[in-house]
Design a protein around this ligand. Structure first.
Ligand SMILES: Cc1ncc(COP(=O)(O)O)c(C=O)c1O
Length: 507
């Protein structure tokens, strides 16, 4: 069992001793450190991690405890500069490009969020139109605001039988591109939150046939290149730009991502300039070193471990399938939008429990932490750093839970995310004068904010979109199911920000 304890993070004993002494002195003089207190509390708990970060609280290649804070430095002589790399950072990025199969790689110390801002800023000019999936992560929407882009949506298929968003039909993209010559860039999430992969090779072929650009949000797919038992990496499939959250599926520190250039269609000088626009002038060397270490680890032992874990996952899935009451999603041969599945994301549920309830039981009673949950499922995100024992513990816990009787909240039939009606460009609504209205009075108004159920972080309404009865119903359903909704305001989260109707002086 993975124990994310002080031992596990291998703070040397004397370091740990000093750490505790210092902390106790601080407490004696009543200095409050709420974040640190909680962090230590969390570290003390025995737990099995099926969530991010991909390192799962373990060291790879070095002992991080020895490097902090001494290795936390700035651009001293010889340490190069992320904004104009010519030395060690350039060398490190070039090595990453070679491993991931890119023409060029740039490190992002602001996660894939900054990576998407940079990628869209590179591929567009203000005023351009982009085609995005409605289920895109909010960083894609925010990139549209920052880069002053207009958005057009493509809808991912919602598989009613299994209650999951599956993939995008390449033919739908083809139709959109044929109908609207003003679309400049297509943005695809690959794999999606559930590990489902659209036919990215076909999509790349269509996008390029129409002379447009393909950006892939591969936040959940940094590991794909390291095993041929996994779906094809989008760089190999022909994507122009790809952004990956290395920290999610490989062992790098939270907040570290990579932006990879796949084709000559990308203006590399512009990419460097825009990267400089969005990234801090004080990038963390610890972050950059952790990106390098994740790559180096995966070139050696990591690759073998990943492949071993994939076999462990297949075994786990077979065992889970044999347990009565367990629902496990492994695809649907009748759904053509599921082209492939990233097996490292294990989507499971137990009849009679919502995904959130199951996730809570796993956490509280078994110390197993899941990545996310929704109405019907909870998702175990396995990485190279999981141990064989983690899968066994998960199986044991699921067997035990499935053997119990539950009063039975039946999984609800999730309505499709309501189709939005865009009334004004997202950036215009975002920067407009705003007012707060009660949710019940908001029908017919234009939202100026994002309302996002968490997880999975897909907005149900975005700035510039009309608020309808269906949208309010969806929000209410999510609230009733205990899903957290970000974006509502007021004491009881009963209000929403909308575009002010009169005297609306936009900036
Ligand atoms: C699909 C997708 N894209 C982008 C992001 C943003 O990634 P990061 O946390 O690295 O900023 C996330 C984060 O959860 C995501 O799920």
């Amino acid at each position: 069992m993975l124990i994310c304890s002080k031992d596990n993070i291998r703070l040397e004993e004397d370091l740990l001793y000093n750490f505790n002494i210092n902390l106790n002195i601080q407490r004696m003089i009543d200095v409050k450190t709420p974040i640190l207190d909680k962090l230590i509390d969390t570290m003390d708990k025995e737990r099995i991690s099926f969530h991010t970060p991909g390192h799962k609280g373990k060291n790879t290649l070095i002992e991080w405890g020895k490097l902090v804070p001494y290795g936390d430095t700035t651009e001293l002589s010889g340490l190069d500069n992320l904004h104009y790399p010519t030395g060690i950072i350039k060398e490190s990025q070039d090595l990453a490009a070679r491993t991931f199969g890119a023409k060029k790689t740039i490190y992002s110390v602001g996660g894939t969020t900054a990576g998407i801002y940079i990628a869209l800023g590179t591929l567009t000019n203000p005023g351009d139109k982009i085609l995005i999936q409605r289920e895109s992560h909010k960083s894609v929407y925010k990139a549209a605001i920052l880069n002053k882009l207009t958005t057009e949506y493509i809808y991912t298929n919602y598989n009613r039988k299994y209650q999951v968003y599956t993939g995008v039909n390449p033919r739908d993209i083809e139709k959109k591109l044929t109908d609207d010559p003003s679309i400049k860039v297509v943005v695809i999430t690959y794999p999606n939150y559930y590990g489902i992969c659209s036919n990215i090779e076909k999509i790349a072929e269509i996008v390029h046939k129409h002379n447009r650009l393909l950006l892939v949000d591969e936040a959940h797919g940094s590991h794909l290149v390291f095993s041929n038992k996994l779906p094809i990496p989008s760089l190999k499939a022909g994507a122009d730009l790809v952004v990956q959250s290395t920290h999610k599926s490989l062992p790098s520190l939270t907040q570290t991502s990579m932006i990879h250039v796949g084709t000559d269609r990308v203006d590399i000088q512009k990419l460097c300039d825009i990267s400089s626009l969005y990234q801090t002038t004080s990038p963390s060397y610890l972050f950059m070193a952790s990106l390098e270490l994740a790559r180096a680890y995966m070139e050696g032992e990591g690759k073998e471990r990943l492949n071993r874990n994939i076999d462990n996952i297949h075994e786990l899935i077979e065992s889970l399938k044999s347990i009565e009451k367990v629902k496990i999603f492994t695809g649907d041969e009748n759904d053509r939008t599921i082209y492939d599945i990233d097996i490292s994301k294990i989507l499971l549920g137990i009849k009679g429990l919502t995904g959130s309830q199951l996730s809570n039981i796993l956490m509280k009673d078994y110390g197993i932490y899941m990545e996310m949950s929704d109405f019907n499922y909870t998702l175990a995100l396995a990485t190279v750093m999981n141990e064989a024992g983690d899968f066994k513990e998960l199986l044991k816990a699921i067997e035990a839970i499935a053997g119990k009787e539950f009063e039975g909240s039946n999984p609800c039939l999730v309505p499709n995310l309501p189709e939005p009606k865009i009334e004004m460009p997202i950036h215009e609504a975002y920067y407009s004068n705003k007012e707060e209205v009660d949710l019940v009075d908001s029908i017919g108004r234009i939202s100026s904010s994002f309302i996002t159920p968490y997880p999975p972080g897909v907005p149900v309404v975005c700035p510039g979109e009309l608020i309808t009865e269906k949208i309010l119903d969806y929000i209410q359903l999510a609230l009733d199911k205990g899903i957290e909704i970000i974006g509502l305001i007021g004491y009881n989260r009963e209000k929403i920000q909308v575009v002010k109707e009169e005297g609306n002086d936009r900036y």
